[in-house]
Design a protein around this ligand. Structure first.
Ligand code: PEP
Ligand code: MG
Length: 544
């Protein structure tokens, strides 16, 4: 058995034979007997045909992966209208008396190299797109057709790279998963794979002798096993069959409203820790993301993530969610979540210490970098900002003031940003007791029951010795939740839960009766919770 690692695009398992696909590379003739005008006319005709093909691909993608994701083909159409690109082709034809094929191919390579060298990760990912459109035009010009990437047998496709158009065109009934040597998890190909629920790994250094061998993509652990050992294969098959059971449940419940038998509706959102989890959110058909724990971006970094780095990650999540709500919690670092480069002091009581909003309001530069990134991502979908560990009205006002400063800075820079909804986490008893006043400041509350239990019961959630005492069903905790919902509603705020308690099905009925508007849970808990909600009847007396 051989194991190779890469970057996982989707948490899932694929099992099957590997099929290595190599693109046909034909020599392009550099010159012909035609005049430059005739060559440019040929290019122009091929370009028009390519635009038509891209229009058809857009329609196909629209059906399969939705408007936001299909938009890549509109971007491709725009690239084929880009004046710099067209001028470059023309100039090569004229100055070198070149064929349209040669001029297009060379322009594609030059532009691709220029994109690849850019600092900005989003622009770097465009290198593949410009190559893709150029190859399309060259194929039309030379009558060349790319060979079928998959044979009749379902397989895991292995290729140096996959373009977005190749990914959409692949026959999904034959595609078990894919592995590429190049490509970023930020590319549109990755977004499409995630949206289509295809387990995939990028950045895998594969060798040609893998062709035809049995393999397992383990998207949960970002690796591929070639000729897996029998025991491992059995484990993976079980994992895969669990995934399938989950999917079957999903098929049943997908797109059905989260409504009780007597018609009470509640939103079911997902909690995520990083951008890569968004595939799971879609797989489980969450209505939105109720908690994006942004601090994991910081914990995954060696140094403070820049505004652009964060923007790209948030944008990826927001774009993939295609208009559904994404609630990004601002940095909740400190206590159990430590990153060395913050240089935080060791504290006697870290859970009660310098953490979350307290750091952000003290080290404003860090806070503002994140807020600008979130505001910019807001231009690509529906984004909410949520401040953690709030204990007072003053903190919320200060945070909102910093947010306004960030908006002004972006306006000055002429950068697009979106309207963002503002909310806070209710995870301290102080916030519960101040809920009426706090609700006047924000549009929503999300109860962080993990910390709320810790602070209400004075029990360190990190201390395993106290597990028996950490009672999240404690009446004090439940009363805090009820009080928060009532106060929120009195002042027009919607109220949800994003702590672990939201997924506790023994409390689902209680939560619905309390009037909670949303429950945000881990992706795997969404479908079971949805099933539970749809089986409840609140018109009946509660069971005791
Ligand atoms: C919570 O405290 O309930 C919560 C959702 O935040 P975290 O678990 O990240 O502290
Ligand atoms: Mg918390």
């Amino acid at each position: 058995m051989q194991v190779a690692t890469g970057k996982s695009i989707l948490n899932g398992i694929a099992i099957g034979p590997l099929r290595i696909y190599k693109k046909e590379e034909t020599e392009t003739t550099v010159t012909s007997g035609l005049t430059p005008e005739e060559e440019y006319t040929r290019f122009e005709a091929a370009r028009v045909k390519a635009q038509e093909q891209l229009g058809e691909l857009y329609d196909k993608a629209l059906d399969e992966v939705g408007e936001e994701n299909a938009a890549i083909f509109e971007i491709h159409q725009m690239m084929l209208e880009d004046e710099d690109y067209l001028d470059a082709v023309k100039s090569i034809i004229e100055t070198q008396n070149a064929t349209a094929e040669y001029a297009t191919e060379t322009t594609g390579e030059n532009f691709s190299a220029a994109f690849a060298a850019m600092e900005d990760a989003y622009m770097r990912a465009r290198a593949a797109d410009v190559k893709d459109i150029s190859r399309r035009v060259v194929n039309i010009l030379s009558g060349r057709e790319d060979a079928d990437m998959l044979s009749d047998q379902p397989a895991i496709l292995v290729a140096d790279d996959l373009t977005p158009s190749e990914t959409v065109q692949l026959d999904k009934t034959k595609l078990l998963g894919f592995i590429t040597r190049h490509g970023s998890s930020n590319s549109h190909t990755a977004i499409l794979a995630r949206t289509m629920n295809i387990p995939a790994l990028v950045g895998v250094d594969f060798s040609d002798d893998w062709d035809g061998k049995l393999a397992v993509i383990d998207g949960y652990n970002s690796c591929v096993y070639i000729e897996p050992a029998p025991e491992l294969l059995t484990t993976m098959e079980e994992k895969r069959s669990n995934d399938l059971k989950q999917e079957a449940l999903l098929q049943n419940l997908k797109k059905k409203p989260n409504v009780t038998l007597d018609g009470r509706e509640i939103k079911v959102y997902a909690n995520i820790g990083n951008a890569g989890d968004v595939g799971l959110v879609l797989q489980n058909d969450a209505q939105g993301i109720g908690l994006f724990r942004s601090e994991f971006i910081y914990l995954d970094s060696e140094d403070f993530p820049t505004e652009d780095q964060q923007f790209l990650l948030y944008k990826r999540v927001v774009e993939t969610m295609a208009g559904k709500k994404v609630i990004i919690r601002t940095l909740d670092i400190g206590a159990d979540k430590q990153a060395g480069y913050f240089g935080l002091d060791k504290e006697e009581n870290p859970a009660l210490g310098y953490r979350a909003i307290r750091i952000c309001l003290t080290q404003k530069k860090i806070f503002k970098t994140q807020l600008r990134a979130i505001l910019r991502a807001g231009a690509f979908g529906t984004v909410s900002i949520m401040f953690p560990m709030i204990i007072s009205v003053r903190e919320v006002r200060d945070a909102k003031e910093v947010l306004e400063e960030c908006k002004a800075e972006l306006r000055e820079r002429g950068v697009a940003m979106g309207e963002v909804e503002i909310g806070i986490m209710i995870e301290t008893p102080a916030a519960v007791m101040m809920a009426d006043e706090l609700a006047e400041e924000v549009e929503f509350f999300s109860l962080g029951t993990n910390d709320l239990t810790q602070y209400t019961l004075a029990i360190d959630r990190q201390n395993p010795k106290l597990d028996n005492f950490y009672d999240s069903h404690h009446p004090a905790v439940l009363r805090m939740i009820k009080h928060t919902v009532e106060a929120g509603h009195r002042h027009g705020c919607w109220v949800g839960i994003c702590g672990e308690l939201g997924a506790d099905q023994t409390l689902t009925e209680t939560f619905l009766r309390m009037g909670l508007d949303e429950l945000s849970v881990s992706p795997a808990a969404i479908l079971p919770l949805r099933k539970k909600i749809r089986g409840l009847d609140l018109s009946k007396e509660p069971e005791t």
